[in-house]
Design a protein. Sequence first.
Length: 202
Amino acid sequence: MLYETLRERDHCVSFLICFAILLLTYDNKRKEKVEFMIDFKKLPIFLMIFMLTLIVIPGRKTQAAMLSGKCGPKAAWTYVNGTLTISGSGIMDNYKSKQEVPWRSIAHIIEMVVIKNGITSIGDYSFQDFSKLSNLTLADSLTSIGNYAFNGCSLLSEINVPRTVSNIGAYVFDDTGWLEEQKATYSFSSIVINNSLVKYLG
């Protein structure tokens, strides 16, 4: 829905520019064809249309730069310049697949995820297969991380799981750089969370 709106704005801008060029170059005396020569009498019309595009284009940039929505009963998400922030309080929604998360359409440009203090759980599949995710901040209020939450985030090489987390779902960290390092250092079924060796079932 968001990208459809942006595409509509792009089409509008393109139309206005093309229309302005047509007005600027069209020769009224030879209507059978367009003469590509500048008619300076029509320059004010071109400038007026150009000013209209300047009004439309900043609106597009603002909408693209910041997106937001709900992701739980009292939780909300905000995306700004590569960073997805989850704020509010309580639990996040659980999703049946990665396709259901509300920020899926921008997953390929998210580089950082911040879970703010007050959020107590991360929903299933919330950030699965985020190909550019390399930075993660988890709040101390967190107690649970859902199934497949960070599965497939291959660039995620450093994760600091708070001591408050008592429940880690299935395959949460599989196919992340961080888990691969933990397996190589300890064993397939163990990982380190805050300097404590714990069993990871996968």
